[in-house]
Design a protein around this ligand. Sequence first.
Ligand SMILES: C[S@@+](CC[C@H](N)C(=O)[O-])C[C@H]1O[C@@H](n2cnc3c(N)ncnc32)[C@H](O)[C@@H]1O
Length: 403
Amino acid sequence: MEGDAVVTRGEDTTWEEKRDLALRDLLVRRGERVIGFDEYLDIVLYNPEWGYYASGNAKIGWEGADFFTNCSLGPIFAEAIGRFVIGVWEAFGRPREFYFCEEGAHDGFFLRDLLSFFRREVEFWDALRVIVFEPWERLRRRQMERLVDFAGKVEWLGGVGEKVDVGVYFCNELLDALPFKLVELRDGGWFERCVEVFEDGGLGWCSRPIGEGLAEFLASYCGVERLGEGYLAAVRPSVREWARGRSGLFERGVILVCDYGYTRSSYYGAGRGKGLVRCYSRHRCDEEPFEKLGSKDITAHVDFTQVAEELEAAGWKIGGFADQYHFLVEVLRGWLLEKDGRVPVGEEAKRMRSLRMLVHPEIMGRSFCYLAAIRNWPRGRAVPGFGVDAEEEKVRNKLELCI
Ligand SMILES: C[S@@+](CC[C@H](N)C(=O)[O-])C[C@H]1O[C@@H](n2cnc3c(N)ncnc32)[C@H](O)[C@@H]1O
C-alpha cells in the first residue's frame, strides 16, 4: 500500500515521522472532511497498526516513558488492590471459585505484582481465576511475556466474557483513555468541536451543530445556564457502552474503577472549560493533539457522576466512592498499623515512599478517585476500603446522584 499513500514521506523520515504520516494517511483515506474528536481519537490511539495504545507504542513508567500511573509506583499499589480483592472474597464467604478481571492491563506490570501478592495467600490462590480483557494482539503478547511465571493461571479474552458467579473487575486509568467528544457553547447553544482533515494530511479545529443524540446527552449532563460563552467541555458517551458491556459480568461481585476526575458539578464547573485536552509525551504535558500523531497520549478527566449513573442504569448499586488518599489508607490500615513506631528499611522503606506519593494530597491523593459498584453484596458487610465513604446517603450526595 506504500505506493498508494496520499500523504507522502521522504527517504530519511524517522520512525516517529512515519507513524505520524501513516495516521494522517488513514485519516485522509476515511474520505470525510470533518470528523468528531472521538472518531479522531479512535484512529490516533486505537488503530491496531499505528495507534498510540493499540500498536503498543505507549510507554508508561519513568525513564524514556511518556507518563506514569499508580501502577508505576511499585508493588504497594498492587498489594493495596490485592487486599481489597481478598476482602471482597471474604465478604462473599470465601467461595471456592473467585474471579479477578482486569481491563487496560497494558504491559502487565500491575498484574505481575498483584499475582505475586496473591500467591502468598494459599487458600485464596486456589480459589482465584484471573481474566484479562485485552482486544489488542500486541498488548496481549506483551502481557503474556510479563506473566510467564503465572502461565495457566491467567486467561485472555478479546472482550468481556460470559457471566461468572462471583468476582472483582478492576481498571486503572481505563476510562480516561476512552475516546471523548468536545462540545462548546456559542451564542447560547452547544456546538460540537470537530477535526477538519485536509487533503494533504493537515489537521485543524472546526465546529458543527450538535446532532440529536449528543443534544439529548448534554441536556441530561450539564446545565447551560451557569456556563459562559466559549465554554468547552469534554463528554464521553462511550462510558455508557462501557457500563452496558460490563453489566453481566458477575452474579455477585464488585466493579472497582480508579481514575482521575471529578464529580459532575466540578467537571462542568464554570471554572473549567479550558485545558481539557491533555497530551502526554516524554513526561511533558501539552495541548497539541494534532502534532506527533501516535506518539503521545491524548486524554481528558473522567466525570464520576456519569460513571455512577451509567453503572446504576446497567444494574449495579453504588457501594463506595472515595479519593485515593482515603481509599488507600483505609485498605492498607492493617499494614500501616503493623509498621507503627518502626522505622521502615529496605523494600519496606521503598513501599512507604511510594505510598506517600500515592496518597499525598498535592501529588496523587486527591486527584484520583475510586468508585465501587456492587451486585448482591452481603448484608451487613462493609465494602473494603471505603469505611464511611460506603454509607449510601453520603455516597449519593458526594456523587451528586438523586437520593
Ligand atoms: C492510561 S493507560 C493505563 C494502563 C494501566 N492500567 C496503568 O494504569 O498503568 C490506558 C489503557 O487502557 C487500554 N484500553 C483503552 N481502551 C480499551 C478497551 N476498550 N479495552 C481494553 N483496554 C483498553 C489501553 O490500551 C491502555 O493500556
